[in-house]
Design a protein around this ligand. Structure first.
Ligand SMILES: [Zn+2]
Length: 308
């Protein structure tokens, strides 16, 4: 029953959706049954399928007016097979170290950190190594990564909470920084999340988000094939709409920039050759040379206006 999906107005400003989408897959997800979409969600279906994205006529947010309900999303995330990273870990770590360097330049790192969706701790590792914070609250629903995350955190003072948004376990005003790397694009109600996080920050605290940028060159170049157009993203931001989201959630944006993703040269070559239809298993490794690419991601830092 396609009518079982959520029908919604713009999650930032509440305006009604326009009649035509800006971008749609063929077929669009909203014309398919929930059961048919499960293999697509898990990446096991070849054709690319996503819910049509519309541009809000009022605030310009790119979002899906028809999307999974919260209940359907819970089911989908719960049955998802484990993360299979195709990018080597050393490159993922280098990418996340870049986020940490930006945060470190913008914000006085001390006090306590909240991270939502830390996975195995690729970002938190930087904080722990530099003893940036004295306590950590890590909201990670995936129990399979807990041993690796514990290993990363070592002897630091930390709490792992398996409820993604169980922010109640953090005392109000306790944290100085909250971080979400590639989490915000997944949330159905981003304003409610930012407001409840804001209550957990001390005066002058900061939120740092890494998200996709739908106004990026990469998106424009590959359009419907852009990987961020997918069933996991109910809306996708650009620098302007991200600012509007923070304004609507009673924050002031203090920093916005593009971010760099690192890949080893041999990995890129292999992927490039794969894209041409050649499956070559062995390639010279070119040592461990990594290339940094601006791949259509952005980082935003904001501070609450203190009106909660
Ligand atoms: Zn809007």
């Amino acid at each position: 029953m396609t009518s079982s999906y959520l029908h919604r107005n713009c999650p930032i400003c509440g305006a009604a959706p326009p009649s035509n989408p800006e971008i749609a897959s063929s077929p669009p997800a909203e014309t398919m049954e929930f059961d048919e979409l499960v293999p697509c969600w898990n990446g096991l279906f070849k054709a690319k399928v996503f819910f049509s994205y519309c541009r809000c006529p009022s605030c310009q947010l790119l979002y899906s007016p028809i999307f999974f309900t919260g209940e359907q999303l819970e089911k989908l995330y719960a049955q998802m097979p484990p993360n299979m990273d195709i990018v080597p870990r050393v490159s993922l770590e280098k990418t996340q170290a870049g986020y940490f360097d930006i945060l470190q330049r913008e914000v006085d790192l001390k006090g306590k950190l909240i991270e939502v969706g830390p996975d195995i701790g690729l970002f938190a590792k930087n904080c722990v190594e530099r003893r940036a914070f004295d306590e950590y609250w890590l909201f990670e629903p995936n129990r399979d990564v807990e041993p690796a995350l514990r290993g990363t955190m070592g002897d630091s003072s930390f709490h792992i909470i398996h409820d993604m948004f169980g922010f109640d376990s953090v005392p109000d005003g306790a944290a100085s920084v909250a971080v979400m790397v590639h989490v915000m694009d997944h949330l159905l109600d981003p304003i409610a999340t930012l407001r409840s996080l804001g209550r957990k920050l001390r005066p002058g605290g900061h939120v740092m988000l890494v998200t996709h940028d739908e106004a990026s060159l990469l998106r424009r170049a590959i359009d419907v094939r852009w990987p961020a157009f997918c069933l996991q993203h109910p809306q996708i931001y650009n620098p302007e709409t991200m600012r509007r989201l923070f304004e609507a959630s009673d924050y002031t944006v203090t920093k916005q920039c593009k971010t760099v993703n690192y890949f080893p040269v041999h990995f890129l070559l292999k992927q490039g050759l794969w894209a041409l239809g050649l499956k070559i298993e062995r390639l010279p490794t070119f040592g461990q040379v990594a290339v940094g690419l601006k791949l259509g991601n952005m980082l935003t830092i904001a501070t609450p206006k203190g009106v909660y």
